[in-house]
Design a protein around this ligand. Structure first.
Ligand SMILES: NC(=O)c1ccc[n+]([C@@H]2O[C@H](COP(=O)([O-])OP(=O)(O)OC[C@H]3O[C@@H](n4cnc5c(N)ncnc54)[C@H](O)[C@@H]3O)[C@@H](O)[C@H]2O)c1
Length: 281
């Protein structure tokens, strides 16, 4: 898509972090916005910000893991705008804990896969047929470097799956000769509120006591929180997302050094040698 002005973008997880930055960047490019988030206050702020920037915008409180909620998001988008062009399936959660010695409880698997993977699946289900029909569209799915580096966590599982279905979708659309573009965003650490979600599993998702964190888990949580805090500004990632849509680039890797760390893994896979010890995300 070389021209975005006056067209419409849907952004999930738009209340905070990268989604909020995508909304600002796409509004700066003159796009009208359909903003979705499960948290109402920040969502309203994001909509007000977009309107103040001079574009049309609506906010729809949405749980991306819920089929009916995503149906309602699509209905609201098509009700407000004739066409949707860009869809950023971005909402995500880290999980109660990013996997410690294979110890992830069932509610965490359901919550993290529900938001991070089913959110993308529903995003394809409700918007892709419309994009394919008019042909002037682009889908950006937010995965992670955790989608390329192994770890026994619900988060890594969800992000590997997003890499797989996004690359698969790209290849299918190429084969069909579609003009709809697809990008897979794989950031390393970005300075957002994602670390807070480690502790904020909604009661509705998992009633009852949360997973007890050991002292080792707590130390790991602090470590990860610090890495996130010192990460790239979300605005930098938003610029890359904007450029990928305009230039029709599939991979969006905001951390080139992180990508280099994939090489030893691929070498070991090709040689059939056992995995080398390394820091797990
Ligand atoms: N921050 C990082 O270091 C990092 C790195 C790689 C990938 N990511 C991915 O980037 C994406 C955006 O996360 P972020 O870092 O901006 O975090 P963030 O917590 O700042 O923003 C995520 C937003 O998603 C919303 N959300 C959570 N559950 C939802 C649901 N069920 N339905 C709708 N909205 C929901 C939250 O309310 C929040 O506004 C996520 O998919 C995350 O996994 C983040």
């Amino acid at each position: 898509m070389d021209q975005l002005t006056g067209k419409t973008a849907v952004v999930t997880g738009a209340g905070s972090g990268m989604g909020r930055a995508f909304a600002r960047r796409l509004a700066a490019a003159g796009m009208n916005l359909v903003l979705a988030d499960i948290t109402e206050g920040p969502l309203k702020e994001a909509v007000n910000e977009a309107v103040a920037a001079g574009v049309k915008a609506i906010g729809v409180r949405t749980d991306v893991s819920d089929a009916a909620s995503m149906d309602a998001l699509a209905a609201a988008a098509f009700g407000a705008f004739d066409r949707v062009n860009v869809v950023c399936n971005n909402a995500g959660v880290a999980g109660t804990f990013m996997g410690s010695g294979g110890r992830v409880d069932t509610a965490d698997w359901a919550w993290v896969l529900g938001v991070n993977l089913w959110g993308v699946i529903h995003g394809h289900r409700v918007f892709l047929p419309h994009l394919l029909e008019h042909g002037d569209g682009h889908i950006v799915n937010t995965s992670s470097m955790a989608g390329h580096l192994p770890a026994h966590s619900a988060y890594a599982a969800s992000k590997w799956a997003v890499v797989g279905i996004t690359e698969g979708l790209y290849l299918q659309l190429q084969q069909a000769g579609s003009t709809v573009g697809v990008s897979c965003l794989c950031p390393g650490w970005v300075a957002t509120n994602i670390a807070a979600s480690i502790r904020e599993r909604p009661e509705a998702v998992a009633p009852g006591p949360h997973l007890e964190l050991s002292a080792e888990d707590e130390a790991r949580y602090e470590f990860v929180t610090e890495l996130v805090r010192s990460g790239l500004p979300p605005e930098h990632v938003a610029d890359m997302v904007h450029d990928a849509i305009v230039e029709n680039k599939f991979w969006i890797f905001p951390h080139p050094d992180f990508v280099q760390s994939l090489e030893p893994r691929f070498r070991s896979v090709l040689a059939g040698t056992n995995p080398e010890p390394r820091l797990l995300g």
